[in-house]
Design a protein around this ligand. Sequence first.
Ligand code: ZN
Length: 239
Amino acid sequence: MKDLLVDLEKKAWGLLVGKMNPFKSNKLGGVIACPWLNWRKADATPGIIQGIFIMQDWYCSSNSTDSLKKSQEESLEYNVNYIREACKVNDATIYNLYNHKKWKPLIWDNKKTWLVTNAVWGLRTCDNPTGQLPVNLHKTAFQVWSQLVAKFAIMDDFKVMFAGAWSADPEERKCGQPLGSFLESWRKWAGKGIGKNVEVSNLCFKDVKGKAFFCSHPATWKRKSKYKVCHCDECRLLD
Ligand SMILES: [Zn+2]
């Protein structure tokens, strides 16, 4: 896992620095990274990974005006620790995932058979403080997250859960569709139009296996529907 992250963080730095701010890191100085993946960095073998839960760009962000708190939240290690100690925190995303009977065992318990990742790594700049990140940023960041997904999507029963509205238009969010063709449609989208990214033409998803699933962002999950992932027929198969 460590080698993969070193490679992807190097790639992310080249692509995203200037568009996203780096996390501060005791060990690395500044790094364009994902705290969720860094939490799993020490894991030796990625062999048992059965799925990836992907959100737009979660990290600790209390919008505090306290400069000490703010500076803590920009630290990669602080964010990793926050995820590790999920039982103690009250961030809506972490709380809802950690208190979910399906997701807690997959993400936090011993086997940790699912990875969680952000699509767009790093910290937001003041240009994009909240909400959906701009199209050009997503087109660039696709070069990072798609490579992570492709690396692990080698089994027919592999699943990727896309959480939140960023991943596709509503009519395209059909659970159970082949992951490889979903990534291919992303690749086509990223390579044309506003903010197009010519580099994506080098990516290939023909060997990608598994299926794509869709749900709302965990920060928005309501207590009363806590045990529902998504209400579609395909998602019932996930439970
Ligand atoms: Zn569904």
